[in-house]
Ligand binder design. Structure first.
Ligand SMILES: [Zn+2]
Ligand SMILES: [Zn+2]
Length: 328
């Protein structure tokens, strides 16, 4: 099969034309990949900011495809079923976190496209218990960004709470889905982009942001909560300054530049800063139910599998509107 492989960090992915798909184990499925989203986390892997990838990993954790073969112990999925594969690829089920229903924090978790091969390929092998059925209303390409941008955005929304005025810092793949879920809940969204990014601000307004502006400015109203999708630590004090007493600032990315020192007064008043790590299968089930009930419009830019490096470069440069999706 064709696959894009990371031989070492800081170098472009290599196209292999004769990679062998991994045979599915008893609880695994072999999936023919129809689409795979390109997530900022993939950039963190390629750029060496996530430091422990599987050697020669195939990135990609927003995988949509159909099952070609299922292992003998797979119970509720069968060949021909369309599934999505998210970032959380496997958990141990035994550690304290798993036992407490916090499998997103599992000590031994495996992650798709990082510690196990992912979807930048014609085929991918995944543990069936961590796959999601994809709502029928979405094409493969439309559905791909739901698998991480959508899911992590949903978990971040849950952590941010139900306050009326929500700030989203960084208006890329995750924010463009999160804003639709937030508006559906009746929240007003204030979108912050890179300073001067008029196109990004117009995109946010087109999706219903009540205000959009540069992250160096202040919103016209105090926020009840904020979510940081941009991996920029300096935005943490900025978001705290824009957030009301008792509000939460959620850091939704897996990697972020250092957070600068800031006066305690920004945190005072029971403001909370927290991160969101990974996802649980329950998050996925809840989010897919919302996606099935409310059509979420995903804006996608389509790339051939071989053009994965170009997609990553454009994402790094902030030149993707919505989400980039690879089509093998
Ligand atoms: Zn565990
Ligand atoms: Zn992701």
């Amino acid at each position: 099969m064709r696959a894009m492989i990371l031989d070492q960090a800081h170098s472009p992915l290599r196209l292999s034309r004769d990679a062998a798909p991994r045979e599915p184990g008893p609880r695994e499925v072999l999936i023919r990949v129809h689409a795979c989203g390109v997530c900022r986390t993939d950039l963190h892997v390629v750029d060496g900011e996530l430091t422990a990838p599987k050697p020669h990993v195939v990135p990609g954790h927003e995988v949509v495809g159909t099952i070609e073969r299922a292992g003998r112990d797979v119970v509720d999925l069968a060949p021909g079923d369309r599934v999505g594969v998210p970032w959380l690829g496997w958990t141990c089920g035994e550690c304290d976190f798993c036992r407490q229903g916090r499998e997103n924090l599992c000590d031994r978790a495996r992650f798709t496209g990082y510690t196990v091969d992912g979807g930048y390929a014609e085929f991918a092998t995944a543990d069936a218990r961590y796959c999601f059925k994809v709502p029928a209303a979405y094409s493969d390409i439309e559905a791909a960004p739901l698998l991480c941008a959508g899911l992590i955005g949903y978990r971040a929304l849950q952590m941010a709470g139900a306050g009326k005025r929500l700030g989203l810092y960084g208006f890329g793949a995750a924010a463009h889905i999160a804003i639709q879920v937030a508006r559906h809940r009746g929240q007003d969204v204030f979108a912050f982009t890179k300073p001067g990014d008029a196109q990004g601000q117009a995109f946010a307004r087109s999706l219903g942001a009540v205000w959009a502006g540069g992250s160096d400015g202040a919103p016209p109203e105090t926020l009840d909560a904020a979510i940081l999708f941009a991996p920029v630590g300096a935005l943490v004090p900025a978001a705290l300054a824009a957030t009301a007493k008792g509000g939460t600032v959620v850091c939704a990315g897996i990697h972020m530049s250092d957070i600068p020192a800031f006066p305690y007064s920004l945190l005072w008043g029971e403001r909370v800063v927290r991160s969101v790590a990974n996802l649980t299968r329950r998050d996925g089930d809840e989010f897919m139910a919302i996606a099935a009930a409310t059509k979420i419009h995903t804006t996608v830019q389509r790339f051939a599998l071989e053009d994965a490096n170009e997609a990553l470069t454009r994402l790094r440069d902030g030149r993707i509107e919505g989400a980039a999706v690879l089509v093998p």
